[in-house]
Design a protein around this ligand. Structure first.
Ligand code: SAH
Ligand code: SF4
Ligand code: F3S
Length: 474
């Protein structure tokens, strides 16, 4: 049953129409709340923080329907794939897992739900409705609140239910949440993106930029604080553009200040688009100790010609100016970045300009990607004349440089005392506990079980490329 399908023309539209804040969209009646009694669910999440946070809502909705959580998808009665569309390999992982579920279905009854960004893609929906008819429910990023209704319809009618909205999107408040972590939490401050970088699918899959109302954000932060949370990460595709979509509204600098005043111990924010980074923001971050000195500032490329083709709205020079301004005002700031290699027509010289930016910024870390053409985006129709071999070679050289600085920056912390929020036992060594520094570095710490959930001072005793070791000091 097709209720509504994705439509790229709709998804591309941006109108001045006012965004509605809907507070009563989620309906959980008596019948729906019993749907999952005696049954289990598993949520499998791909992609960015937006999806991680959405999955926490999806899991809560499943539990409102009385489903019980299991961690292994092979054991679940209902498997939910919350998907990502950012690069082709994100797709491949999902199709691989769908294959596993299809095989399992021969032995037992499994209901499959596919949601998230892939569901917003026309070609994916075509494939799922033609070749994957056994996927029971498909819903997009704008209508998670309808999950109970759609699931119950799929069960009643025993046929595939598809509901994907491509309109620009509203803001839906008052959805439940089942958080994965007891000490740190993601808080949405905005949805969607209006930047339309030419390689990127997000503006199509997530709709237009919609800033959440400041009072709703502060209410969520205060609730987290009251429940013992120590850290909030304010999330959005372009957090620095917070408020710009509403007339005369508080800015990101204002929001950061208000969140800082709640007194929560640690505040982070991702992702910062260099274009919207204001001096006021830097002032506020420098002023409040509970705003962490950590910046994720994607550069994408060091070549002005490529940046222009990407539609990034800044130059290498203006990026570096911002970078150095941050480092001057906040001396212990750590900065990480995102970089794409092999964008259509990128020359070896242009790639070397990216390497030079990495050398100048000596990043604390970087997510590096080979350009992946995305359906319907402007870059997908640009002539891509770089061989895969060349792209892989650039990625390898870039990663070697990135890792060198990753390690060097970690080594600078040897012997230093840094604050770490201890989250739980270390994955690597069960005698140790792990957590992150104010500057977002992973540390395995010799400390006590009682330190879990608190920020402690840690002396760094060993530096590796990807993590640090340390011991608690008074
Ligand atoms: N809103 C953030 C980025 C979100 S996507 C920003 O503008 O900085 C995360 C990263 O994925 C991007 O920074 C980019 O480096 C990478 N990415 C996005 N689309 C891509 C594509 N088509 N191919 C390869 N990498 C891509
Ligand atoms: Fe994609 Fe650009 Fe928006 Fe980031 S700012 S989500 S890269 S379109
Ligand atoms: Fe992926 Fe969608 Fe996030 S495409 S990166 S899950 S916004």
């Amino acid at each position: 049953m097709k209720k509504s399908l994705p439509d790229y023309k709709e998804a591309r539209r941006r109108t001045k129409e006012e965004v509605k804040v809907i507070t009563d969209a989620y309906i959980m009646d008596n019948e729906l709340s019993k749907l999952g009694i005696g049954k289990t669910y598993c949520t499998v999440t791909y992609g960015c923080q937006a999806n991680v946070r959405d999955s926490e809502t999806i899991s809560a909705i499943m539990e409102d329907m009385s489903f019980t959580r299991v961690e292994d998808m092979k054991e679940a009665d209902v498997v939910i794939f919350n998907t990502c569309a950012i690069r082709e390999n994100a797709h491949n992982k999902v199709f691989g897992n769908l294959g596993i579920i299809k095989n399992l279905k021969e032995k037992k009854d499994i209901l499959t739900i596919l949601c998230g960004c892939m569901a917003q893609e026309e070609s994916v929906i075509k494939m799922l409705t033609e070749k994957y008819k056994w996927v029971d429910v498909i819903l997009g990023t704008h209508n998670i609140h309808n999950l109970p209704k759609l699931l119950s319809e799929a069960i009643d009618k025993n046929e595939q239910v598809v509901e994907v909205f491509s309109k620009e999107g509203d803001i839906v408040e008052n959805l439940p949440v089942r958080r994965d972590n007891k000490y740190k939490a993601f808080v949405n401050i905005m949805y969607g993106c209006d930047k339309f970088c030419t390689y990127c699918i997000v503006p199509y899959t997530r709709g237009k930029q919609r800033s959440r109302r400041i009072e709703d954000i502060l209410k969520e932060v205060n609730e987290l604080l009251a429940n013992g949370y120590k850290e909030v990460t304010l999330i959005g595709q372009n957090v620095n553009a917070y408020g710009k979509d509403i007339e005369n509204y508080p800015t990101m600098a204002n929001l950061l200040e208000e969140v800082a005043k709640t007194g929560i111990e640690r505040i982070r924010f991702v992702t910062s688009h260099p274009w919207d980074f204001t001096d006021e923001m830097i002032d506020v971050i420098a002023k409040y100790d509970n705003i962490m000195p950590y910046f994720h500032l994607p550069v994408q490329s060091g070549s002005n010609r490529i940046l222009k083709l990407m539609g990034r709205r800044y130059t290498k020079e203006s990026y570096l100016e911002l970078f150095h301004k941050i480092k001057e005002r906040i001396p212990n700031a750590s900065v990480t970045t995102d970089i794409i290699v092999g964008f259509p027509s990128e020359t070896e010289e242009e790639f070397m300009e990216t390497m030079e930016v990495v050398e100048e910024c000596k990043y604390d870390g970087a997510f590096t990607f080979i350009y992946s053409p995305r359906e319907n985006t402007p870059a997908a129709s640009m002539k891509d004349d770089i061989t895969l071999e060349e792209k892989e070679d650039r990625l390898q050289r870039l990663n070697a440089l990135v890792n060198k600085y990753y390690r060097e920056n970690n080594e600078k912390l040897l012997g230093k005392i840094v604050p770490v929020l201890i989250e739980g036992p270390s994955d690597k060594n069960s005698n140790l506990y792990s957590g992150y520094t104010d500057t977002m570095k992973l540390v395995n710490v010799e400390c006590d079980k009682e330190d879990i959930g608190t920020v402690i001072n840690v002396e760094i005793t060993e530096a590796k490329t990807w993590s640090l070791d340390g011991k608690k000091v008074k």
